[in-house]
Design a protein around this ligand. Structure first.
Ligand code: NAD
Length: 266
């Protein structure tokens, strides 16, 4: 049923790869105009080009930005609103898993700080400037109501349970994303702004495959997966589409797991 996001305006971070890339294509397919954000300029230009080729009826803009910098986040939201006139959907998806991140004894402060700056502060800034923009969205039929919006933050299954291959800073950062999401959902519910976390299980994207860089590490993770396979980015993008669209109009503050059953069996 294409058209679930017809004429909506979405900003997607991490749009150059993995979940962000698949989600950008899916949202555009469903009729949304999309602001594509990534720190990797070449990658985000590629996503922009793909959307132009596949979905000529929607508009997209590529934006190079680092979500860990408040000024960059403010600027990317401003660019989106200036170009499209509003912001309906904010997908705070960009994140890192540092290849040297490990257990409490080995993880270093520089890894902890880098991870927290991108994964946690980046989501905070993204929520802050999205809320400010969504409050200015045109009102609903002259009733003085805000039309609000939908914010989706990418957490992880590790926000809810421990990981078999240690990655302490990453796990702590995703726990923070989920906690922040729940509080923002409570605080902004009456403004019509829904805030949800999507919690993917292990996926076949560069982020995880670079981390599980040996067969032994991959097997240690695979053994816990009921379906016996890593997930695909598109499978998470479909979950994000549900949270972005009016199909989820009574859903806020949730930890929406797309984990192939991992959390039921761990
Ligand atoms: P990916 O590495 O394929 O894509 C991440 C994208 O984010 C990249 O294009 C990268 O350039 C961009 N990015 C990194 N730092 C950035 C910054 N500071 N500013 C702007 N862009 C930045 O990874 P993915 O698997 O698609 O991960 C997307 C999200 O999903 C992340 O938040 C990740 O933690 C989360 N996640 C992934 C998995 C998994 O198994 N892959 C599982 C659970 C959660």
């Amino acid at each position: 049923m294409p058209g679930r996001l017809l004429s909506r305006v979405a900003l997607i971070t991490g749009a150059g790869s993995g979940i962000g890339l698949e989600c950008s294509l899916l949202f555009a397919q469903e009729g949304a105009h999309v602001a594509l954000v990534d720190v990797n300029e070449q990658a985000v230009q590629k996503t922009h080009k793909l959307i132009g080729e596949r979905y000529p009826n929607v508009k997209s803009i590529p934006i190079k930005a680092d979500v860990s910098k408040e000024e960059s986040v403010k600027d990317m939201v401003e660019q989106t609103v200036t170009t499209f006139g509003r912001l309906d959907i904010m997908f705070n998806n960009a994140g890192i898993m540092h290849p040297e991140d490990d257990n409490a004894l080995n993880t270093e402060e520089r890894i902890w700080d880098l991870t927290m700056n991108i994964n946690v502060k980046g989501v905070w800034w993204g929520c802050k400037y999205a809320i400010l923009a969504m409050r200015k969205n045109p009102t609903d039929e002259g009733k003085g109501l805000h039309t609000g919006g939908s914010i989706i933050n990418t957490a992880s299954f590790v926000a809810l349970m421990g990981a078999a291959t240690p990655q302490l800073a990453y796990t702590a950062s995703k726990g923070a994303v989920l906690a922040m999401t729940r509080e923002l959902a409570m605080v902004h519910a009456r403004e019509g702004i829904r805030v949800n976390a999507i919690c993917p299980g292990p996926l076949k994207t560069p982020l995880l495959m670079d981390f599980l860089n040996t067969d032994e590490k991959k097997q240690r993770r695979l053994v816990h997966l009921p379906m016996g396979r890593f997930g695909e980015a598109i499978e998470v993008a479909r979950g994000a589409l549900f949270l972005a669209s009016d199909d989820s109009s009574y859903v806020t503050g949730t930890d929406f797991l797309v984990d192939g059953g991992l959390s039921s069996c761990y």
